[in-house]
Design a protein around this ligand. Structure first.
Ligand code: PLP
Length: 494
């Protein structure tokens, strides 16, 4: 396929020139060429080939022939006789690992770097980009803080690698409430946030070329960790027309003999979707048919609105091997304490060797942050202060009501109403605004209106027609932000 040939040659030429994607982006910017990060990653991943003018620019920058990049001739004619700098005077240069070449993590990417530069120069930036509750006035419940204080002197040493007994027992009981089957205390691993465990679980599983089904849009750490572990993240579509639920036909189409697992994010970041039982059952059926592991990221499971119930997919799949992830960063507003966990459940006979790999990696990192483990029992039991936020009159609920309506009132913007978490993923009418590059859209919005959002490409969404808004800021701030966005879109054209 033309895309595959292009990707191979493009990567080869980048390597010979010692250039990374970011260098090409910078070169394009200085040359006044419109080229976004998501476009480059599509070329690298063999999902698209560039138009003539872009290919010409890339060929020139990489000192190869355009036709060779397209695979039209075999002659490289590369003037890539890169100067071999030898001798004592040359400085040795350290480059980042090539393992990171295809890893994207734009939630904290170039647009955020620009925002940081603006802030350093004294500009106030309205941040709607990151799901970090504390800076928006969502405080840790007092009891959690008191209990950590009381136990801090007992947390000076390492804990068992998987975590303190009290923490794991509380997580196990929580798993029982969620009807997750066949979970013993040994099946629970605490981590420095869910993030560490996503990384660990992918590293322990994947060999080069193994495929994992990951949603698009996704929380990009999943794709990044699959890629870093040598695997291939194969994205299945979540369908905006159907409340952002996973598209079963698309999932089926993308399964190959290399597919080992499917990831679901429920409730979802960035869409705010909550999957009903029927959808989960359909995913289980597919996983059952193809003997896939189910990884379910449920970190927002207690931030569900409108009286809906969150169902753990593992509760529907006792015969499959499931790994369920959760933590206290969101529901208890203590993202900075860094505490999350994963629960292995269901048919463990399928995964004995994999579990050994998980244990090895868990032991290698010694243990997770012990003071944070010490408050898991307090946080999970008893009164759940988060409840107040997600009912009418509560901050998360009212802010969701506002942002949903206000965004839909802007001509050219439509958004599905989120049912959970604190994100909304609006669609932009790209024809109306002539938008071809969503990262540029986010950058222009930042420069013009000092508002920071993450473009859809940052969530492995291929079309340039979405962006994510975090609606954690207080109502007045959201009102100001939406006002400015509306004004921006009244004149913006790309
Ligand atoms: N999973 C999802 C879906 C998230 O949105 C986030 C953070 O935004 C994480 C995992 C990371 O959570 P933690 O703070 O536990 O590392």
């Amino acid at each position: 396929m033309a895309e595959t040939v292009f990707a191979e040659r493009f990567l080869e030429a980048m390597k010979k020139n010692g250039m990374k994607q970011v260098d090409l982006l910078k070169a394009a910017e200085s040359a006044g060429i419109k080229l976004g990060k998501s476009q480059i990653s599509q070329y690298v991943n063999g999902k698209a080939v560039p138009r003539e003018n872009i290919a010409q620019f890339l060929a020139k920058t990489l000192q190869v022939e355009k036709d060779w990049l397209y695979g039209k001739n075999e002659k490289k004619d590369v003037k890539i006789e890169i100067e071999e700098k030898k001798g004592n005077s040359a400085m040795r240069e350290f480059k980042k690992s090539t393992k990171l070449d295809n890893v994207l993590y734009d939630v904290r990417g170039p647009v955020v770097d620009e925002a940081a530069r603006m802030e350093e120069n004294g500009t106030h930036v309205l941040k709607l980009n990151i799901g970090n509750p504390a800076p928006f006035g969502f405080r840790t419940p007092d009891e959690v803080v008191y209990d950590m204080q009381r136990q801090i002197t007992e947390c000076e040493g390492y804990s068992a690698s998987k975590g303190l007994f009290s923490a794991r027992k509380a997580i196990m009981q929580y798993a029982q409430l969620k009807k997750i089957p066949n979970v013993s205390i040994d099946d629970i691993y605490t981590g420095n946030g869910v993030s560490e465990l996503i990384n660990l679980s992918m590293s322990a599983l994947l060999d080069n070329g193994d495929e994992v089904l990951v949603p698009s849009p996704d929380y990009p750490l999943w794709t990044a960790c699959v890629t870093l572990a040598g695997g291939k993240a194969v994205h299945y579509i979540c369908d905006e027309q159907s409340e952002w639920y996973p598209d079963m036909n698309d999932i089926r189409k993308k399964i190959t003999d290399k597919t080992k697992a499917i990831v679901i994010i429920n409730p979802n970041n960035p869409t705010g979707a909550l999957y009903p039982r029927e959808i989960l059952q359909q995913i289980v059926e597919i996983a059952r048919e193809h003997q896939l592991i189910i990884f379910s990221d449920e970190i927002y499971d207690r931030l569900v609105m409108d009286g809906e119930e969150h169902i753990s997919i593992a509760s529907l799949a006792p015969d499959l091997f499931c790994v369920t992830f959760s933590g206290l960063s969101k529901s208890h507003m203590i993202a900075g304490f860094r505490i999350g966990w994963m629960v292995l459940s269901g048919n463990k006979n399928m995964a004995r060797d994999y579990m050994e790999g998980i244990n090895m990696l868990s032991n290698m990192r010694i243990c997770s942050n012990v003071p944070a483990q010490s408050i898991v029992q307090t946080a999970l039991g008893g009164y759940q202060s988060v409840q107040e936020y997600i009912v009418p009159g509560g901050r998360v609920y009212e802010q969701r009501e506002y942002i949903y309506k206000a965004l839909n009132d802007i001509p050219g913007i439509t958004a599905v109403k989120p049912k959970a978490a604190f994100y909304i993923f609006p669609k932009i009418d790209v024809k109306k605004f002539n938008i071809v590059d969503d990262e540029k859209f986010a950058l222009d919005l930042l420069r013009d209106k000092k508002i920071l959002v993450v473009h859809g490409g940052g969530f492995n969404w291929e079309k340039p027609d979405h962006f994510r808004v975090v609606y954690l800021p207080r109502m007045e701030v959201l009102q100001e932000a939406v006002g400015k966005l509306g004004d921006f879109l009244s004149y913006y054209r790309q």
